[in-house]
Ligand binder design. Structure first.
Ligand code: SF4
Length: 148
């Protein structure tokens, strides 16, 4: 492999099965920008462009969505054994770009480790290295490339 080549030069496969694993479990952060908070608040038809106190928390200079006591993301829905996202059309960039995060793409071992908890990785739709890199480096939802 040349210096410029990525280990995923030949592309990767991913299709979310909507199992909900990544939206529950161990505590973590789902970072949201102020812009994303406004977008979510409007989607939820709140009239103050804010989220409720139980939906978002400040972490230093940043904001994160909250979790319920059972570890579920506050916006994870469960109904008749099926999971879903209550804000799917306006979900944060962090959720949109999974699993093409820099830490997952740093090495094949990191990718495989993440895949152990995400049944959507390594199967389904094909992502070329160019598309993966575009997703990995996007900083704003508006700049995300069209995905398969
Ligand atoms: S763990 Fe993977 S397959 Fe399951 S909901 Fe999250 S992204 Fe989708």
């Amino acid at each position: 492999m040349s210096r410029k080549q990525k280990w995923y030069q030949d592309g990767l496969h991913f299709t979310c099965t909507q199992c909900g694993h990544c939206c529950s479990g161990a505590p973590g952060y789902v970072w949201v920008t102020k812009e994303e908070i406004v977008r979510i608040a409007r989607f939820l038809e709140r009239d103050d462009d804010r989220l409720a106190e139980h939906q978002v928390r400040r972490v230093g200079l940043h904001f994160s969505l909250t979790e319920r006591a059972n570890g579920d993301c506050v916006f994870l829905t469960r109904s008749n054994g099926a999971t879903g996202c209550a804000i799917y059309p306006v979900r944060p960039l962090q959720c949109r770009t999974w699993p093409f995060w820099s830490q997952n793409l740093a090495a094949r071992t990191a990718w495989d480790s993440a895949a152990a908890g995400c049944p959507g990785m390594n199967c389904g739709k094909f992502y070329s290295v160019g598309l993966i890199e575009a997703i990995r480096t996007t900083r704003r939802t508006e700049e995300l490339p069209v995905t398969p």
